[in-house]
Design a protein around this ligand. Structure first.
Ligand SMILES: *Cc1c(COP(=O)(O)O)cnc(C)c1O
Length: 372
């Protein structure tokens, strides 16, 4: 079955008389039977029927079994915190800031060692497989849109016990399948494209390693990273249209990136679908599309980028991404992002008409034009 069909038809109860949509089950506590001590007893440990349906939908998308969490960070933390005392974690130079925070904090507490590698430097990642307990990749990465050579890194031989995890949030399960390339774990912030409507927090881990799955499940139970029933329902509801939304947004993203590249008031555009992007040729080898995320720098001082975001009339000046609505944000002003180019605007392309998005960007560029 095509992924787009699975997104619509998967995770449903097909018994006669069953509701087509698994209902929101607001219950923490479930009836027991003494002959079945493993049965569903408590939502923190076992989720609810709403959670089951979402996990049943998400697992096959990445080619494994999925566990959903209360947020992308809860899912990421479950993976990071399995690194043994005195172990080593390899992370990108600039991973998602929450991931960086956990890694650096653990190092400061002498819990583990952190090595930070350039995502584009494939050899350094392959070398890290020899020494690291956890190799944490993020691709395409936030906000320079660097694409890592996942087939080479995930497919390279590594010692037993070394875990390769990929934060695949920007790609979604539709554009790349890291487990198929040899990764052990794929993580998504379902808050973003999978949910797609900026109305929930959710995260997921998918793996085809059953020992890891059970380890993550028990970590989720103990730390309370379990997702609520309403969020499970909303995530599933949003995921039904992921393929439609992403196709539309991605098409617009390519058009907009090309136009921005030509615009005299723009100095840099970073989109993996542009031939000018440093990792375009790598992305082409294994991604089935380049996604709906990009970043660009307007000319002039850094403040112009902030002013541009404030001047938008339809696109929203907001931090998150992956929604049906287009959003933009100047990243350098965010705490912990001081290394980011001062004029960089991260742009999450939504599902509005592409000409309306373009007109909005054009008018904001006009209004903020620096005259000298
Ligand atoms: C948002 C995001 C996260 C964290 O997910 P939350 O759902 O906000 O906890 C992790 N990685 C990437 C790439 C993200 O965009």
């Amino acid at each position: 079955m095509e992924t787009s069909s699975w997104l619509i038809s998967g995770g449903r109860d097909r018994t006669v008389g069953a509701p087509l949509n698994v209902p929101i089950v607001p219950s923490s506590n479930f009836l027991l039977q003494s002959s079945d001590p493993e049965g569903r007893s408590y939502a923190r440990a076992h989720g609810t029927q709403s959670t089951d349906a979402l996990e049943a939908l998400l697992g096959p998308l990445d080619g494994g079994e999925a566990l959903v969490f209360s947020s992308g960070m809860a899912a990421a933390a479950a993976v990071l915190h399995r690194v043994p005392f005195g172990g080593t974690i390899a992370i990108p130079l600039d991973p998602y800031h929450g991931v960086k925070h956990i890694a650096i904090e653990g190092e400061a507490l002498n819990r583990w060692r952190v090595i930070r590698l350039d995502l584009a430097d494939t050899n350094s990642w392959v070398a890290a497989l020899e020494t690291a307990d956890l190799v944490w990749l993020e691709s395409p990465a936030n906000p320079l849109m660097t694409v890592a050579d996942l087939p080479t890194i995930c497919g390279a031989p590594r010692p037993t016990g070394t875990i390769v995890a990929v934060d695949s949030t920007f790609a979604t399960p539709l554009l790349q399948r890291p487990l198929g390339l040899g990764a052990d774990v794929v993580m998504h912030s379902a808050t973003k494209f999978i949910g797609g409507h900026s109305d929930l927090m959710a995260g997921s881990i998918t793996t085809s390693n059953s020992d890891l799955l059970e380890e993550f499940r028990s970590r989720r139970t103990i730390t309370g990273g379990s997702i609520g029933a309403l969020e499970s329902f909303l995530t599933l509801r949003g995921a039904r249209t992921l393929s439609l939304r992403l196709e539309q947004a991605q098409r617009s993203a390519q058009t907009l990136a090309e136009r921005l590249l030509e615009h005299s008031e723009i100095s840099t555009v970073r989109y993996p679908g542009l031939e000018t992007h440093p990792t375009h040729s790598v992305a082409k080898t294994f991604m089935s599309g380049f996604g709906a995320m990009m970043s660009f720098d307007p000319t002039g001082p850094g403040e112009r980028a902030g002013a541009l975001c404030d001047s938008l009339k339809m696109v929203f000046h907001a931090t998150s991404l992956g929604g049906v609505e287009s959003t933009m944000e100047r990243r350098a002003v965010i705490a912990g992002q001081e290394d980011i180019p001062p004029s960089l605007i991260r742009f999450s392309v939504g599902c509005e008409d592409v000409e309306d998005i373009w007109n909005d960007i054009s008018q904001a560029l006009d209004i903020t034009k620096v005259t000298n």
